[in-house]
Design a protein around this ligand. Structure first.
Ligand code: ADE
Length: 228
């Protein structure tokens, strides 16, 4: 099975690339895709650039052009749930778009006709993650991750996302990747390590913890790849 591993930023894929035994860079549609070998497996790694549009484009190309049959996302997120601290890992059971709003027409937040508020991630991949966590003694949280085209650095907005979607963490790519994978029938998994708490200090914390949290996420993903 050819596996895609996607991040949003260069910092999120650098620790992944350091594991690869071979990596061939292919430029396409203003992005670089690394066709790699890891322990006999075909892996394609890319960073999309930040946000829902770029991540949807990259996820689509990983599947349609590069032939990936499962997609794992590795990166960082802002914590919503009080139990989540910098460096903690969370897997998404469902993903929603917190900035999608046609409530003027009587629809709930995050909903468009013929879509779902929340898209459920692949249960088998989540089970593999839980197996890895158990074996390595790593605490793994699971919950809804909310996605939007905004870096949230405001407790009011964070609390609104929490109350509206019952979300545990927020970021800027997961739900758009979920929409693509769901439409194309490709199993997907979204993992995030916490870099900040989406509050007034979020910008500062993000800069301070992006690299260390991205590595925590990448290391975990690589343990999973061995089992897929
Ligand atoms: N990714 C990491 N931290 C974030 C935040 N506070 N808002 C949106 N995306 C994030």
């Amino acid at each position: 099975m050819k596996i895609a591993i996607l991040g949003a930023m260069q910092e999120e894929i650098e620790p992944l690339l350091s594991y690869m035994e071979e990596a061939k860079a292919v430029s396409y549609a203003n992005n670089v895709y690394y066709e790699c070998k890891y322990r006999g497996k075909d892996v394609v790694i890319a960073y999309s650039k930040i946000g829902k549009v770029f991540s949807a484009l990259t996820a689509t190309l990983l599947i349609e052009k590069f032939g990936c049959e499962a997609l794992l996302f590795s990166g960082v997120a802002g914590a919503i749930h009080e139990d989540l601290k910098v460096g903690d890992l969370i897997i998404a059971d469902g993903l929603c778009q917190h900035d999608l709003d046609i409530t003027a027409f009587g629809h709930p937040y995050g909903f468009v006709p013929e879509g779902d508020v929340c898209i459920v991630s692949d249960v088998k991949l989540r089970d593999i993650a839980k197996e890895v966590a158990k074996e390595k003694g790593i605490v793994l949280k699971e919950g809804v991750i909310a996605t939007g085209d905004q870096f949230v650095a405001c407790s009011d907005r964070k609390n609104w996302v929490k109350d509206t979607f019952n979300a545990h963490a927020l970021e800027m790519e997961g739900a758009s990747v979920a929409v693509v994978c769901n439409a194309l029938n490709v199993p997907f998994f979204i993992l995030r390590a916490i870099s900040d708490s989406a509050d007034d200090d979020a910008g500062f914390d993000f800069d301070a913890f992006l690299e260390s949290s991205a590595k925590i996420s990448a290391d975990f993903i690589m343990h999973m790849v061995e089992k897929i």
